[in-house]
Ligand binder design. Structure first.
Ligand SMILES: [Zn+2]
Length: 231
């Protein structure tokens, strides 16, 4: 059973943005990362290389699975019935306790479209329609992430201090996106990408007085039993 279903638009978004949170929770929970595209539109790395890089997490942790939906990179579209149905189907099949989705105001258009698709699919998966796609299921909790800092309210911070070194290794595994081979060329996006990722995590850590943290946005109200539980 999948406890946490993470949607990733491309084969590195989830690891780069919330790799520490995934590693931390994989100690106790089953996690499935569903990657919408194969990232073939990137300047570096073809779809085979990018898929292989994304499988690394499954090699180091048995609690993590990775699945691909093979949508065309650059053409994630919230108006696509095919893409919406594929996401409804996977939510109904995996029946997760938590969904983690790309953020709907991210600067990358594919990430924004993915976010809209996932929000819509989460709702439609829960109602009595499209019975060929599986039995209705409502996932109660959804979080949103971004590679960028989220300029919005209702954010929470996951302390990943103990996982920072493991996250560096995880990010470092994406050879094509870190331009580790001679044939790869740096782009505006991936130049100094490891520094950007880790600097953001350390900055988020300072916000909660710890070494490193990752940021997630929530839409739900939060229930707590004790005022001390969030201190
Ligand atoms: Zn992406």
């Amino acid at each position: 059973m999948t406890n946490i279903l993470v949607f990733s638009t491309h084969p590195d978004d989830a690891e780069f943005s919330i790799g520490g949170t995934i590693l931390k929770h994989s100690k106790k929970y089953k996690i499935t990362i569903v990657i919408l595209t194969n990232g073939e539109a990137a300047k570096n790395g073809d779809k085979f290389i990018r898929k292989k890089e994304a499988m690394y997490l499954t090699e180091i942790n048995q609690n993590i699975k990775v699945k691909f939906l093979n949508f065309k990179d650059g053409f994630v579209n919230s108006n696509s019935k095919y893409q919406l149905n594929k996401i409804i189907e996977i939510i109904r099949k995996l029946r997760p306790s938590i969904i983690i989705s790309p953020y709907w105001k991210d600067s990358h258009p594919d990430h924004r479209e993915a976010s809209k698709l996932i929000k819509c699919a989460r709702y439609k998966a829960s109602i009595n329609i499209l019975e060929k796609l599986g039995n209705p299921f409502f996932c109660k909790f959804i979080y949103f992430y971004s590679l960028e800092l989220i300029n919005d309210s209702n954010k929470i911070y996951i302390d990943i201090s103990e996982y920072l070194e493991m996250k560096k290794e995880l990010v470092n595994n994406f050879n094509s996106q870190l331009c580790k081979e001679k044939e790869y060329e740096y782009t505006y996006i991936n130049n100094h990408i490891l520094n950007k990722i880790i600097s953001k995590d350390i900055y988020c850590g300072t916000l909660i007085n710890t070494i490193a943290a990752e940021e997630l946005l929530i839409e739900n109200y939060i229930k707590i039993d004790n005022l001390f539980s969030i201190i």
